[in-house]
Design a protein around this ligand. Structure first.
Ligand code: SF4
Ligand code: SF4
Length: 136
């Protein structure tokens, strides 16, 4: 009789322990999911800022190169926006190897001949003509 009671108590303890473990695991998974989505958001913001920095730096380069007559006035080099998903599709299409890979791909405005081939293949329309210095 005593053994039966003891075994029953042990089973109940194990069940409670297992339930508590499951609850702790679920909370842990929820916390991890929350951290993961905030990291995803931070990364998205960082990429967006990096693309903006790339674009501004490229604009400065274009202005300097134009003032030295190295880029004709009528040539508008292409640039890559934060929408880039780094798929690499554009790279082999560029006839002058102006595209460098990275977290966000970059176009060298001096080398780009504005042929638009990268824009034609980009699945997310991230290759666009440089619009010039922005006031924003
Ligand atoms: S527009 Fe043409 S030259 Fe310029 S980066 Fe794209 S593919 Fe290369
Ligand atoms: S094709 Fe578009 S998305 Fe893919 S690497 Fe080039 S710019 Fe980025």
């Amino acid at each position: 009789m005593f053994m039966t009671v003891l075994i029953s108590v042990l089973v109940v303890i194990l069940l409670i322990h297992s339930m508590l473990n499951r609850t702790a695991m679920r909370r842990c998974n929820e916390d991890i999911d929350e951290i993961r989505s905030s990291l995803f958001e931070l990364r998205r913001n960082a990429r967006s800022k990096q693309a903006e920095i790339n674009r501004r730096l490229a604009e400065i380069r274009v202005l300097i190169l134009r003032s030295h007559g190295k880029i004709p006035e009528n040539r508008v080099p292409f640039t890559i926006t934060a929408d880039c998903i780094a798929c690499g599709t554009c790279v082999p299409e560029c006839p002058v190897n102006a595209i460098a890979d990275g977290d966000i791909y970059e176009i060298d405005p001096e080398t780009c001949i504005a042929c638009k081939k990268c824009a034609d293949v980009c699945p997310v329309h991230a290759c666009i003509p440089m619009t010039g210095p922005s006031k924003s």
